[in-house]
Design a protein around this ligand. Structure first.
Ligand code: ATP
Ligand code: HSE
Length: 308
């Protein structure tokens, strides 16, 4: 669980008033997440999610909220932010930018089947196509430049073996060129814990857009593959579901092994950063970086082909 900022009842009640969502009944910190402080908020009108953004620049935040509104309006199961009478999706609360979003139904699934993987592949491709028309999308904040900068800065904190692996991977990745790959807005963090499912086996919530930005669509597919697909059957289902909505190109097939490595590297680095440079908070979740180091080592030894 991560709650970095504690929100008092009176200040929340005052903050909610311009949104006209009814009187506050209760609010409780959410037992998941790493990046932001999240609360379930119950009012006389229903249940909502309050997010306090711990380290996102206001311009970027405005994009993230606009993106979710755009995708929800396009029919994707994304949270919709609530606007105040001036049309603002976020305002300051307890010294942090904060937004109220619709609370989506369903629950996360830790052990997805191939059927779930096919459905999430299709949802990811729909997300890519629906977000393609959005103006002024920023670059992926954790793209190639971020991986090089954060990777280099962590080298001194690692064991000799880990530092050698990281240095070699950074060199390999710096020689890759993704310019010819189809690009657009990507979610960049569509892990199993960021998807809710309904009782019919369909995604009912695509959550946590706070790493989104423009990058190769294939990178997003690799992020999902690395978290959702421990075996070939699930990977085939994921890529099949994706490809039915947006067929993959020959160039993407060639690039896949290196892009999959980049996706493993990205989350190895994120978790190493959380371990070596922890942020102060009321309750903070730190996930194990070794999962992604092992995945990266596996892909370096045995590059896998894109199924289909
Ligand atoms: N709109 C929503 N509807 C229902 N549940 C939600 C919603 N938003 C967040 N949640 C719940 O809160 C949890 C944490 O939210 P989220 O993943 O956005 O937090 P975060 O700190 O940004 O997380 P992460 O570490 O994945 O970046 C989710 O896993 C989900 O259980
Ligand atoms: N999905 C990421 C957390 C990013 O919020 C991880 O599992 O490391």
């Amino acid at each position: 669980m991560s709650v970095y900022t504690l929100v008092g009842r009176d200040e929340l009640a005052a903050w909610l008033r311009p949104l006209a969502v009814g009187e506050l009944i209760e609010h409780a910190g959410i037992a998941a997440g790493m990046q932001n402080s999240n609360y379930f908020v119950t009012t006389a009108h229903g249940r909502f999610v309050l997010t306090l953004f711990e380290s996102i620049a206001p311009a970027t935040l405005a994009f993230y909220l606009r993106l979710q509104a755009h995708l929800a309006d396009a029919g994707l199961p994304c949270p919709h932010p609530y606007a105040d009478p001036q049309g603002n999706y976020w305002r300051m609360l307890c010294g942090k930018p904060a937004a109220l979003l619709s609370c989506l139904p369903g629950r996360a699934i830790e052990e997805p089947t191939a059927v779930h993987c096919r459905a999430i592949g299709a949802a990811l491709a729909r997300l890519h196509l629906a977000a393609a028309g959005l103006a002024d999308a920023p670059a992926n904040p954790c793209g190639a430049a971020w991986r090089q900068a954060v990777g280099s800065s962590l080298l001194a904190a690692l064991s000799t073996d880990e530092a050698a692996l990281l240095a070699d991977e950074l060199t390999f990745q710096s020689a890759q060129n993704w310019k010819a790959l189809p690009q657009g807005v990507i979610h960049a963090d569509l892990f199993r814990d960021n998807v809710l499912w309904d009782d019919c086996g369909q995604p009912s919530g695509l959550l946590d857009f706070y790493f989104a930005g423009t990058d190769a669509w294939l990178f997003d597919l690799a992020v999902v593959a690395n978290d959702w697909c421990p075996d070939g059957e699930k990977l085939s289902a994921l890529c099949g579901g994706y490809g039915e909505i947006r067929p993959l190109t020959d160039g993407e097939r060639v690039a896949w092994p290196a892009v999959r490595r980049a996706a493993a590297l990205r989350f190895w680095l994120l978790r190493l950063e959380a371990r070596h440079r922890p942020r102060a908070g009321e309750v903070v979740t730190v996930k194990n970086p070794d999962d992604f180091r092992h995945l990266l080592e596996k892909f370096r030894l045995a590059p896998d082909a894109l199924p289909g």
